[in-house]
Design a protein around this ligand. Structure first.
Ligand SMILES: Cc1cc2nc3c(=O)[nH]c(=O)nc-3n(C[C@H](O)[C@H](O)[C@H](O)COP(=O)(O)OP(=O)(O)OC[C@H]3O[C@@H](n4cnc5c(N)ncnc54)[C@H](O)[C@@H]3O)c2cc1C
Length: 560
């Protein structure tokens, strides 16, 4: 029998998406809970993120009269993820658990005082499929006054969505910001936002949004409920007695600490986006350098669970995010994406031979999977975003606002290619000029006819949501015809990995032979996703992360 330095009912490793909902549930049942977090900040990649949760059939949809049901969502997930032989975590049982417990999990959070809402319009990423939702199934936290955290204020990981002056903007409002030069609605929104900012300052509030709002609210509720947090406490391994996980060994201040747990251990320790050896092994076409996950996302607990006999699940998957790498990017700063970019008018994506090969709308995961698949046939990593002067005037480029001068070093260091003719641009990106011209002329023909016969860009609600609401007649199709012409490289970056160990419908970690490792639960991207190799809508990492954290707590408390 192991001797412990400390004993709790339940241990949670990592302060990610499922950690705090599990902790709150167990505290509500009078259980003692500790969250062990290796960094000096709480919240994980989840706090850094947009904080969007995809939870079908949720109470906010019902409130707003948006049609959804278990059956509709199940049809969608069954159609999209199906039973994939190479995605063992996407079982019908786990889909059922996610769809039944997800809405209840939200109700539990609301009862704990976590303020949430739904953006009014955020289509599913494959809204055209049976069961897909056009208004969308996403849920977010309301902006959070971080001063409410008191001495914990400086210990919450910041979100990438922070606006200057910490303006309390909803995601829908942020989407309007680049339209400022062309839209009165956008200018009016900015005015209201500034007004809200002034009011916040006058009343001593400081707002965070996105993932920091979500995790900030969770931290506050956990502290109030008596959950213990230990930061800078890295778990090194699991402790096992008689085949059951009964605790963990952690390192704190250079000392080993043995912590025991009667009800079990929940791994919410994130993925391995920053672990070069693991990415090389499982995801050879990805790169740690193209990841937006924090440096601390190093996957050692996935390795530990595999060592203890857990079955692997979908380790080749990552949450792709098509990215571009302008010179001078500061480490830790967000790598700019091109998702909205190549789905906007006057822009396309071409491979290394100058050929267009996908619908540039759609989900970032499908986009990066498309890049990888193409690369198996012709060079496509990197690919090229190709666009014209009209694009430059109206849309954002690599984090810079529309119509603004671009940094000189972008040209000097060969990042932003610019030429007065298509042939000139082709020479700069080393593709056959006739091929590039043919690609652009074919695309322009689709624009003229208002239909993308090759890839159906713009035929999904989601593609149009990504495009330009002010561009007519199509939000996403616009000719590439006005010199100068431009190109930048695009790589399959990511916002984290999406595979780990296999868990069952109770979030219990499972061995290769299907047996359960007693006392060990896992959630989030330390596990294979219930979504398999697909990404059905915004928030498909954090939504299931929260839900399976909640499920683990229900099971550990004997409520399931
Ligand atoms: C910029 C950006 C935007 C995104 N937006 C969204 C979005 O809106 N919706 C969405 O669904 N997904 C989004 N994602 C992806 C999503 O944020 C992640 O996939 C998700 O947050 C992972 O959650 P997790 O709970 O598994 O891990 P995390 O939130 O990363 O938490 C894991 C925690 O475990 C800790 N840890 C690791 N090892 C140990 C150890 N040995 N001992 C103790 N602690 C340990 C880590 O330090 C970390 O704090 C985004 C990601 C980024 C980068």
């Amino acid at each position: 029998m192991t001797n412990y330095d400390e004993q709790y009912d339940f241990i949670i490793v990592g302060s990610g998406a499922g950690s705090m909902v599990a902790a709150l549930y167990l505290r509500s049942k009078g259980r003692s809970v500790v969250i062990l977090e290796k960094t000096d900040l709480v919240g994980g990649t989840t706090a850094r993120s947009g904080g969007v949760m995809w939870i079908p059939n949720n109470l906010f949809m019902a409130r707003d009269g948006v049609q959804d049901s278990y059956e509709q969502a199940r049809t969608y997930l069954d159609t999209l993820t199906g039973d994939q032989a190479d995605a063992p975590a996407a079982t019908p049982e786990r889909r059922h658990a996610f769809l039944t417990e997800g809405p209840k999990m939200l109700e539990f959070l609301l009862a704990q005082g976590i303020e949430l809402d739904r953006p009014k319009y955020w289509p599913d990423y494959h809204d055209e499929l049976p069961g897909g939702s056009v208004p969308g199934r996403t849920v977010v936290a309301k902006p959070f006054n971080i001063n409410a955290l008191g001495e914990w204020k400086g210990r919450l990981r910041p979100s990438f969505l922070a606006l200057p002056g910490n303006l309390p903007a909803a995601l829908e409002e942020m989407k309007l910001l680049p339209l400022m030069r062309r839209s009165w609605k956008a200018r009016w929104m900015l005015l209201r936002l500034l007004g809200r900012g002034v009011l916040a300052r006058l009343t001593g509030k400081e707002y965070v949004v996105g993932g920091a709002a979500l995790q900030g609210r969770m931290v506050k509720a956990c502290l109030d409920a008596g959950v213990e947090f230990r930061t800078e406490t890295a778990v090194a391994g699991l402790l096992i007695d008689d085949g059951r996980v009964t605790g963990v060994e952690a390192m704190r201040d250079g000392e080993a600490l043995r912590v025991g747990a009667g009800l079990g251990v929940l791994m919410n320790s994130g993925g391995f986006a920053r672990n070069e050896a693991m990415r090389e092994r499982y995801q050879p076409l990805a790169s740690t350098a193209w990841s937006n996950a924090p440096e601390s996302d190093t996957g050692e607990m996935i390795e530990e669970m595999l060592r203890q006999g857990a079955a692997p699940a979908q380790l080749g998957e990552f949450v792709g995010y098509q990215a571009t790498l302008p010179p001078g990017l500061e480490p830790g700063k967000l790598i700019p994406g091109v998702q909205g970019m190549t789905a906007s008018p006057h822009a396309i994506l071409v491979d290394g031979t100058g050929v267009r090969y996908m619908n540039e709308g759609g989900s970032y995961v499908a986009y990066c999977q498309g890049m990888q698949a193409r690369h198996a046939e012709v060079p496509a990593i990197p690919s090229w975003a190709v666009f014209d002067e009209q694009y430059m005037g109206k849309y954002m480029l690599a984090g810079t606002m529309p119509g603004t001068p671009k940094p000189q070093n972008w040209y000097d260091e060969g990042y932003l290619k610019k030429a007065n003719s298509i042939e000139g641009l082709a020479a700069l990106i080393a593709v056959d000029p006739q091929v590039l011209r043919a690609t652009i002329e074919r695309f322009n023909g689709f624009v003229a006819r208002g239909r993308d016969d090759d890839f159906q860009r713009g035929e999904r609600a989601y593609d149009n949501w990504l495009g330009d609401p002010l561009h007519e007649p199509s939000r996403t199709l616009g000719a590439i015809e006005k010199a100068p012409y431009y190109a930048i490289e695009v790589v399959p970056g990511d916002v984290g990995t999406f595979g780990g160990v296999l868990t069952d419908e109770h979030a219990r970690v499972v061995r290769e032979d299907g047996s359960v490792i007693d006392g060990l639960y896992a959630t989030g991207v330390a596990t294979g996703s219930v979504m398999g190799r697909c990404y059905p809508g915004a928030g498909c990492s954090i939504g299931p992360g929260f839900t399976f954290g909640y499920i683990a707590a229900l099971h550990a408390a004997d409520a399931l």
